[in-house]
Ligand binder design. Structure first.
Ligand code: KG4
Ligand code: ZN
Length: 358
């Protein structure tokens, strides 16, 4: 079956037409309009601007995608996310369902991130089958959650962030470093050439006997560190001597940004991987899944892969292009719902910004 999927929960308007079957998922067409350049000037996503831009872009994107084929089903991310964006996607999907007389599936955005691991852009066959029970670590700008799936469509939240999400922490600390939004990719790029052992930041809740997370304390620790030892920014480097090789601070007490980024990234990676391994040992899943925007982080991918290897459990990670918000992942999640006839009447579908999975 062909599924037309819509994603508009944050700062990407994305529409995809995906051929879905038990054998695999083939993305016939996907068009995405990113709003990042507009939100960049404000250092984060401004909901009112996001809503207006989704409304401007969504119909032209649908028109483009529909040139490649007609859908049998409409799928839409109806939560969680920004209400200003969700409402645009949901109202558009409602209208399409009514006008094209095609059934509608309402998909949780996090279900999409979980199923993103099943998309292979190069081949038509199923990239990797999720075996159940499965444990998913979903890490993005708005979420850090450990989700246990006993069977397809059954979700139990076993761990959640009590404050900031991991991606939010990356973005806020990047802002302190004067790096532009979204900060995660910029921090991870700088971290590649830094020494994480030179700057040790706290690993919040690492040793607590639960699977919850907290990143607000790490963000504050980063702020205090930077207040005490400011960064040698590129523009300051010529005015202040560089840090000597192997040292994180120069003689003025200024910090090497690469070491700082490496130390900060390591703290997040340690918490995410340790908690996931702990949960894996408790729940004995047949598959572990890593998804969400932060799953594009190479260090996190490698560290989790390395630790899971010892437990002999397959780890599924999305292709880089499907880590970020995209409509194709919603088509895949929508396929499983459509297969089980879990349709939503176009008269009843609603955007739910706080929709909790499970
Ligand atoms: O899933 P996503 O596209 O949107 C949400 O649903 O939030 O995730 C975006 C988040 C941002 O916080 C961004 O900084 C983070 O993913 N991110 C990264 C990397 N690439 C994106 N964080 C760390 N390292 C990366 N390489
Ligand atoms: Zn997302």
């Amino acid at each position: 079956m062909k599924i037309l999927a819509i994603e508009s929960s944050c700062d990407d308007t994305s529409v995809a037409l995906v051929e879905c079957s038990d054998k695999g998922f083939f993305v016939i067409e996907e068009k995405t309009a990113s709003q990042i350049n507009l939100h960049k000037k404000y250092g984060g996503v401004i909901p009112e601007i996001a809503g207006r831009l989704h409304a401007e872009k969504i119909i032209p994107l649908i028109e483009e995608v529909l040139k490649k084929g007609k859908p049998d089903i409409i799928a839409v991310a109806s939560g969680p996310g920004l209400i200003t964006g969700l409402i645009v996607g949901v109202e558009t999907a409602r209208n399409l369902s009514y006008l094209l007389k095609k059934p509608l599936v309402s998909v949780n955005h996090l279900e999409g991130h979980i199923h993103s691991v099943e998309i292979d852009s190069k081949i038509k066959n199923l990239k990797s089958k999720i075996r159940f029970p499965a444990l998913a670590l979903i890490v993005s700008g708005g979420h850090t959650e450990l989700i246990l799936m006993k069977k397809p469509g059954s979700y139990k939240l076993v761990g959640v962030t009590l404050d900031d999400a991991a991606g939010e922490c990356f973005d806020k600390v990047a802002k302190m470093l004067k790096l532009s939004y979204p900060g995660g990719p910029k921090i991870s790029l700088l971290a590649k050439n830094g020494n994480a052992d030179n700057i040790i930041l706290p690993r919040p809740m690492l040793h607590q006997d639960n699977f919850n997370f907290s990143f607000a304390g790490l963000k504050t620790a980063a702020l205090y560190y930077l207040q005490k030892h400011p960064i040698c920014h590129a523009e300051l480097v010529s005015a202040s001597p560089r840090c000597a090789k192997g040292r994180s601070r120069n003689k003025f007490g200024m910090t090497d940004i690469k070491d700082f980024c490496a130390g900060f990234e390591q703290a997040i990676v340690d918490v995410l991987t340790e908690k996931t391994i702990k949960a894996t040992k408790k729940y004995n899943p047949k598959t572990v899944i890593l998804g969400g925007g932060v799953s594009a982080n190479q260090h996190l991918r490698a560290a989790l892969e390395d630790k899971i290897k010892n437990l002999n459990i397959p780890l599924l990670i999305p292709e880089l292009k499907y880590c970020m918000d995209n409509a194709a992942m919603l088509a895949v999640a929508g396929y499983y719902k459509a297969k089980n006839k879990k349709f939503t009447d176009w008269k009843k579908i609603k955007a739910d910004p706080t929709w909790e999975i499970g």
